[in-house]
Design a protein around this ligand. Structure first.
Ligand code: MN
Length: 318
């Protein structure tokens, strides 16, 4: 994390009050954890801060302090804010309906770790090497000498654990482990967070995993795997972490999960092992993400969508 960017972010926060904190649509563990942690830190600075997300937050994270006060963006915003922090979000448009809460003349701090971040803020704290936005908030708290209490420690630790798959992905480094250890010392319960982040699925979701695994197909001499779920199967929910199951197969370098969220419209999750950059593949189709975890949307018949994705990945195989 660059000291100059940390200084820019801290002077932004010192000058701001009545802040809006928000994050990307379909806010995940890192988005929710980093927003709540920054809110807690701002409260300790004596500032008021509201977390408004594009939609209602995932109940899996209801153990985090402040979760129940998170507001989902309404069609008719009841307030507008002149100081806004956008967390974990590569571009400004990704905050969806939360945009209605941003005053026209608002100053924006952009705090993120996506490699394709567009530096859209008036102040930018963008660190593509950081494991998670939560880890960036940790470094910011340290730079500003703000106290990290047990509530903030749990929020930050949850975000880091979510984004690194439990300290397993390539963005997790020795520094990430050191930050994690410090947060555990400050009160983050490792077992409880792991249980909630990875082991808190609805029965329907585990059944969907089985349905997806049944469609598992190998391509490119066993180096690429695809799976899909149909529109009818997705009516009982939207499973997470299915693509990673494909990536666990020996010899597989990239995994694709195609979820038909509307008839002939697919939400695609891409996962890969280094050095294959599936973020590039996602951007080919108008999506985005990280080198080893990305997503995009495609329309068309399943066979056609699958063929286009496999071809784009095949060109990037080592
Ligand atoms: Mn993140």
């Amino acid at each position: 994390v660059e000291p100059a960017a940390l200084a820019q972010a801290s002077s932004f926060l010192e000058r701001a009050d009545d802040l809006l904190l928000t994050a990307h649509v379909n806010s995940d563990g890192d988005a929710i954890g980093s927003c709540l942690a920054l809110q807690g830190l701002l409260h300790r600075m004596g500032k008021s801060a509201t977390v408004i997300l594009p939609e209602a937050p995932d109940s899996r994270y209801d153990f985090l302090a402040g979760w129940s006060q998170i507001r989902p963006a309404a069609a008719q915003p009841e307030s507008r804010h002149r100081h806004v922090v956008v967390l974990d979000c590569p571009s400004r448009s990704r905050i969806g309906a939360a945009a209605g809460y941003v005053a026209p003349d608002a100053l924006v701090l952009n705090l993120d770790h996506h490699a394709d971040n567009t530096n859209f803020g008036d102040a930018n704290l963008v660190c593509p090497d950081a494991s998670s936005s939560s880890q960036i908030v940790y470094h910011l708290a340290m730079a500003m000498a703000l106290p990290i209490d047990a509530d903030v420690a749990v929020q930050l630790y949850t975000g880091i654990v979510f984004d690194t798959g439990g300290f397993r992905y390539s963005l997790a480094t020795a520094t990430t482990l050191e930050v994690g250890a410090d947060l555990v010392r400050r009160g983050a319960p490792m077992d409880l967070v792991a249980d909630r982040v990875f082991g808190d699925r609805a029965a329907a979701e585990v059944r969907q995993l089985g349905q997806a695994l049944r469609t598992l197909t190998l391509h490119c001499a066993g180096r690429v795997v695809t799976m899909h779920l149909t529109y009818a199967q997705l009516r009982s929910g939207d499973p997470e972490d299915v693509a990673n199951q494909g990536l666990s197969i020996h010899g597989v370098q990239a995994a694709v999960l195609m979820r038909e969220h509307a008839p002939a419209q697919y939400r695609v999750s891409l996962r890969s092992k280094a050095p294959i950059d599936v973020g590039q593949v996602a951007r080919l189709f108008g999506g985005g993400g990280h080198a080893n975890a990305a997503g995009c949307r495609l329309e068309g018949a399943l066979e056609e969508v699958q063929r286009r994705l496999v071809e784009a990945i095949e060109q990037r195989l080592a």
